[in-house]
Design a binder for this molecule. Structure first.
Ligand SMILES: *[C@@H]1O[C@H](CO)[C@@H](O)[C@H](O)[C@H]1NC(C)=O
Ligand SMILES: *[C@@H]1O[C@H](CO)[C@@H](O)[C@H](O)[C@H]1NC(C)=O
Ligand SMILES: *[C@@H]1O[C@H](CO)[C@@H](O)[C@H](O)[C@H]1NC(C)=O
Ligand SMILES: *[C@@H]1O[C@H](CO)[C@@H](O)[C@H](O)[C@H]1NC(C)=O
Ligand SMILES: *[C@@H]1O[C@H](CO)[C@@H](O)[C@H](O)[C@H]1NC(C)=O
Ligand SMILES: *[C@@H]1O[C@H](CO)[C@@H](O)[C@H](O)[C@H]1NC(C)=O
Ligand SMILES: *[C@@H]1O[C@H](CO)[C@@H](O)[C@H](O)[C@H]1NC(C)=O
Ligand SMILES: *[C@@H]1O[C@H](CO)[C@@H](O)[C@H](O)[C@H]1NC(C)=O
Ligand SMILES: *[C@@H]1O[C@H](CO)[C@@H](O)[C@H](O)[C@H]1NC(C)=O
Ligand SMILES: *[C@@H]1O[C@H](CO)[C@@H](O)[C@H](O)[C@H]1NC(C)=O
Length: 773
């Protein structure tokens, strides 16, 4: 190869895999590994204007290249055309615009026949001459944030040094970040660390990964080193581990044009140590996750805007000579490194108040803890958390207004005081107040603010429980005014309550559609938060599909339910003023009125999105079995996530069973996978129907439903139809082609092997995974 390059003038554009003494990489030139797996050259990180030498997958990248290795991560260049990556005196070096070396492989042996070759496994090796086998340097020994299959993750016994993967500083900056992944040979384990010191992940999780993964791990030790390597047992799977900027270690595989996340630790963002920096607070249900404590502001606005929260927060007002007060917060875990003073609660308070260096205290039982210096790793939990008090300037604490006697002001006061409702709903609230004072009956189209007492009477003190919807119980009630029957949802007082309430009231309050359940009013009185809906006499879809006792829905009704639900989603995604992603489409959330007309309910997780559907990044949540793969990827979620869930629901609507069925011998079947052969071969689709229907259905409609369902659950977001296309197909106004079978079900379609659910998150999501043992 080297000789080839010497004799050919054009070497780079034709895809050479080698850098030798006579050529270099500059500007847009790249080198490409022989099998076209990897490419190396200058790249720009995210929105930054700086350039780095990096390596990325030639073929496996979604929109921007998936970078697996960066050479000069701390020393970027501004002009890639006047900079160069080349072999110089036996080393690989990067020369900047002034031809000064800013990065070097730093090996001592110098030779004039040194070459660097990019291999197909993603290793860039520096060799002394064409024939030498042992590399003098290789990128596998100097990883950035990614551990590729075949690379050794090692501990060097000669230098007592362990290899590290370190996160990028932010998505726009590959510089060394705060989170690292390190090998501890004495324990044969890996740990995650914050700022090289604080460990934040239980390494026992590693064992479960090794046991459950489809990767084949191997551990070796000799007199020079100990190391782990892995390779995929399935050669066709392209996979990698990387230390994400989020502080989470991720294992992903490229399946059907998307990086699918297989494993992530820690599972939730707020478990990552000190994610929000000093005096920052993490909220698992908000985006962004991080916020400053009341009385504090971002230390660096620009870093914060790039999703780098590590700089944390600083006081708005310096405490010098200021009147100080304490802010009460409830947190999942107390910060580390407190000092203990045995005192009473009052003395504890005073001890912190009087100490200049004290920034917070807590008093639990008989223990007084005080914290000096920066407070790190706060995660909010108002339900089961521990209470601590953070010192702030009185000036920066919200002023607590006195409660007034009028009912109306109490509601508004509580709402705004807690910062609970969006301005939108405040406006609504004010409007409703006027009506409320005029008389308590329901007003057409607008929301009624009920008092808690009203609803207690209407529901006979919450005696007739209809069920437990998302985030609270639902009770049947009768309104005094017009004797109409309502369903009253009582939100349980837990940490998500306020957010849930805010979300539901503001979301549903503004939307009206024949296939969306109508919100008639609400109650926000102190801790009581209730929502009042139209009562749906025929309960929810799941009760008819999965419970024997209920009346069997005939095919015509099922088809109308599919169509009505599609119309509701078209309205949410495309027609109403604020575009909305429902986020939790499943049979439980499709209610049925007296005529079995479907009404979409439960907007607890709904996301309002801008006109662009820009990026609704979110935590992993929703309901197992209906979640689109992108929820697990931590990437932008679009209305196509609803399309996916809707598709999963269509299978259940037709089949009358949950898609995942578990048998007594604990084996599992996955209906979309079982049905694929029949649908694709144009077989007897009626045989796939709920047996209670006795095949009484229109074949054409059944075929349409299944085809649409497979289109909806395509792995690739862009391949899924929009809900308006789905609507047109179901109306018979658009032809639908035979769908490709989604990769995620094909991969695991092997009835002789068990299907295993790997829990990916404590909040209820999961992934299908083939049992490797
Ligand atoms: C190479 O050595 C120089 C001088 O000792 C040092 O500043 C630089 O960081 C080293 N580069 C790498 C990539 O280790
Ligand atoms: C390589 O270096 C040696 C001595 O350092 C020299 O004799 C030889 O000519 C050089 N070869 C080339 C091709 O430059
Ligand atoms: C590495 O550790 C071993 C035992 O802990 C010690 O004997 C040795 O001197 C250390 N080597 C270096 C280079 O620190
Ligand atoms: C990380 O640790 C170093 C030294 O221990 C310290 O100077 C630095 O402030 C720490 N970084 C953060 C973000 O706390
Ligand atoms: C350990 O290192 C020495 C010197 O570098 C080498 O000769 C030996 O082969 C190495 N042992 C193994 C098992 O690689
Ligand atoms: C796993 O790796 C080991 C060592 O590389 C190899 O001997 C074994 O055959 C591999 N197993 C599978 C299932 O690929
Ligand atoms: C940091 O906070 C999270 C969330 O409360 C917790 O799970 C984790 O254990 C804490 N880490 C340390 C090292 O205390
Ligand atoms: C807490 O204290 C321990 C030991 O005193 C120290 O090693 C650690 O770095 C401290 N952590 C923080 C976040 O200050
Ligand atoms: C108080 O601190 C002691 C010592 O750390 C601990 O054993 C005890 O459980 C604590 N008591 C309470 C009520 O937290
Ligand atoms: C924090 O917890 C305490 C006791 O559990 C509770 O009284 C208080 O209302 C909570 N604070 C917030 C802001 O939810």
């Amino acid at each position: 190869m080297g000789f080839l390059c010497l004799s050919l003038i054009i070497c780079f554009s034709s895809g050479a895999d080698t850098i030798s003494a006579t050529n270099s990489v500059s500007g847009d030139e790249t080198i490409i590994s022989k099998g076209e797996m990897f490419e190396l050259g200058f790249f720009k990180a995210g929105k930054s204007s700086k350039y780095y030498i990096g390596m990325w997958y030639k073929k496996y990248s979604s929109k921007s290249p998936t970078i697996v290795w960066v050479a000069n991560r701390d020393t970027p260049v501004s002009d890639r055309f006047s900079s160069a990556f080349k072999v110089l005196d036996g080393n690989l070096v990067i020369l900047n615009e002034l031809k000064l070396p800013i990065w070097s492989t730093n090996v001592t042996a110098s030779s004039n026949s040194t070459i660097a070759v990019l291999l197909d496994d993603g290793n860039l090796v520096l060799r002394d001459g064409l024939n030498s086998v042992e590399p003098v340097w290789q990128s596998f020994d100097h990883p950035t944030d990614t551990w590729l299959p075949g690379a050794k993750f090692s501990y060097n016994k000669k230098t007592n040094k362990s290899q590290l993967l370190t996160s990028w500083k932010s998505i726009n900056d590959p510089a060394v970040g705060l989170y690292s992944f390190e090998f501890i040979p004495s324990k044969k384990m890996f740990v995650l660390k914050w700022n090289v010191s604080q460990q934040y992940w239980d390494p026992r999780n590693w064992d479960s990964l090794i046991k459950n993964s489809f990767e084949n791990f191997s551990y070796q030790t000799n007199e020079n080193e100990s190391y782990f390597t892995y390779s995929s047992s399935d050669r066709s799977v392209i996979s990698r581990f990387y230390m994400d900027v989020s502080g989470q270690l991720k294992h992903t595989a490229w399946i059907k044009s998307v990086w699918n996340l297989y494993w992530i630790q820690p599972r939730t963002q707020c478990e990552v140590y000190a994610l929000c920096g000093a005096f920052g607070i993490c909220r698992q249900t908000e985006f962004p996750y991080c916020d400053c404590l009341t009385g504090f502001e971002h230390r660096s606005e620009s870093e914060w805007n790039q999703g780098d929260f590590s700089g944390g927060c600083v006081r708005k007002t310096n405490l010098n000579k200021q009147k100080t007060d304490f802010l009460m917060i409830n947190v999942t875990n107390m910060p580390l490194n407190s000092s203990m003073v045995a005192k009473s609660a009052k003395e504890c308070h005073i001890a912190c108040l009087n100490s200049f260096s004290c920034n917070a205290y807590s008093f639990v039982g008989i223990n007084c803890s005080v914290w000096d210096g920066e407070i790190l790793n706060l995660s909010e939990d108002n339900a089961n958390g521990k209470t601590m008090y953070v010192k702030v300037s009185s000036k920066d604490l919200p002023i607590h207004k006195k409660k007034k006697s009028s009912k109306v002001t109490v509601v508004i006061g509580t709402a705004s005081g807690v910062g609970m409702l969006l301005i939108l709903s405040l406006v609504m609230l004010a409007l409703c107040m006027k009506k409320k004072l005029a008389g308590k009956t329901t007003m057409d189209g607008s929301l009624v603010a009920f008092s808690y007492k009203d609803l207690q009477i209407a529901t006979q003190n919450f005696s007739h429980r209809l069920g437990g919807g998302g985030f609270g119980s639902v009770f049947k009630g009768v309104l005094r005014g017009d004797s109409s029957i309502v369903a009253v949802k009582k939100l349980e007082s837990f940490s998500q309550g306020d957010k849930q309430f805010k979300s539901e009231v503001s979301t549903i309050g503004t939307i009206q559609h024949v296939n969306i359940v109508r919100l008639r009013g609400f109650c926000a009185q102190g801790n009581h938060k209730l929502l009042v809906y139209d009562y749906m006499p025929n309960s929810s879809l799941n009760s008819h599909l999965f419970h024997e006792k209920q009346e069997v829905l005939n095919w015509e009704t099922r088809y109308q339910i599919a169509l009505g639900t599609a119309r509701a989603l078209v309205y949410l995604h495309e027609k109403c003023r604020d575009f909305i992603i429902h986020c939790d489409i499943k049979p439980e959330n499709i209610l049925l009125d007296a005529k079995f007309c479907p009404k979409v309910a439960d907007f607890g997780l709904a996301k309002l999105v801008g006109r662009e559907f820009s990026s609704v990044l979110t935590t992993i949540r929703g309901t197992r079995g209906y979640l689109a793969p992108e929820w697990l990827l931590g990437v932008a979620v679009t209305p196509k996530a609803d399309v996916f869930s809707y598709g999963m629901m269509l299978f259940e609507l037709a089949n009358g069973k949950r898609n995942v069925e578990k048998y007594e011998d604990s084996s599992l079947t996955f209906f979309p996978s079982l049905a694929a052969d029949v649908v694709l071969a144009g077989g007897d689709v009626l045989s796939l129907l709920d047996s209670r229907l006795n095949k009484e259905a229109c074949v054409e409609q059944v075929t349409r439903i299944f085809k649409v369902a497979y289109w909806c659950i395509q792995d690739e977001v862009d391949n899924r139809p929009s809900m308006s296309q789905v609507e047109k197909v179901l109306e018979g106004n658009l032809e639908v082609k035979m769908p490709p079978i989604p990769q995620f079900i094909k991969l695991y379609d092997n009835s002789s092997e068990d299907l295993v659910f790997i829990e990916c998150s404590s909040t209820g999501s999961s992934q299908l995974h083939k049992n490797s043992s």
